[in-house]
Design a protein around this ligand. Structure first.
Ligand code: DX5
Ligand code: ZN
Length: 213
């Protein structure tokens, strides 16, 4: 299991120290939540702050867009060379075109599904992406309760992935902790995002290690 701490739960007054600390604590990716106040009822950070994150990080950036105008935000963040950019399928009229654009910028494309969106919605896109991110909370805020139906959804998605694109990863985001990590692993999940579980822990290293199963 790969672990991507969400810096949304970090101390933004000490962002450089926080990003360095999770990287030293053996995280695999640094998850960055970009919210525009339109697609979700919250507003977070733009390229100026994410540039500071990129400078401090020794692991790849996993940028999760929760915005209305995906293509515009891809252009904003592409110069920071993130490893992944993920966008919500619920908010994109031309997902296939956007995937080609992200890949042409040498960034791995990923698609996010809200809790109500079935994996079948992206069946014809699976061959072209590197990761599917399943939301296990409603996007917009950290610290919410895990929605357990994501387990069944991950199992269904895994079967589709095995047929269509076996190298595509499954990531789960929201309410992940040391209790649900075993069910996620068993369902075929490859990457977990964890915000409050990691940043509220007294040892980032122990928290990340407990998810590395
Ligand atoms: C929610 C974000 C998540 C959030 C996870 O919209 O996409 O990445 O920060 O935080 P926790 O792990 O606290 O649920
Ligand atoms: Zn996220």
């Amino acid at each position: 299991m790969l672990v991507a701490p969400s810096i949304l739960a970090s101390d933004f007054g000490n962002l450089e120290t926080e990003v360095k600390a999770i990287c030293t604590a053996q995280c695999d990716l640094v998850h960055v939540d970009v919210m525009d106040g339109h697609f979700v009822p919250n507003l977070t950070i733009g390229p100026v702050v994410v540039q500071a994150v990129a400078k401090a990080a020794t692991k790849g950036l996993d940028i999760h867009l929760m915005v209305e105008n995906n293509s515009f935000f891809v252009d904003l963040f592409a110069p920071l060379n993130p490893e992944y950019i993920s966008f919500h399928i619920e908010e994109e009229k031309h997902p296939h075109r956007l995937i080609q654009k992200i890949r042409s910028l040498d960034i791995k494309p990923a698609i996010v599904l809200n809790p109500h969106t079935p994996p079948e919605a992206i069946e014809y896109l699976l061959a072209d992406i590197d990761m599917v991110l399943l939301m296990s909370v409603n996007p917009g805020f950290g610290g919410q309760k895990f929605i357990p139906t994501v387990i069944e959804k991950a199992k269904r998605l895994k079967k589709m992935i095995e047929k269509i694109n076996p190298t595509c990863l499954i990531e789960v985001d929201g309410g992940v902790n040391d209790k649900n990590i075993h069910d996620l692993k068993e369902a075929g999940v490859d990457v977990v995002v964890a915000g409050s579980y990691v940043f509220n822990a007294s040892s980032y290293e122990d928290a990340i290690a407990s998810l590395h199963i």
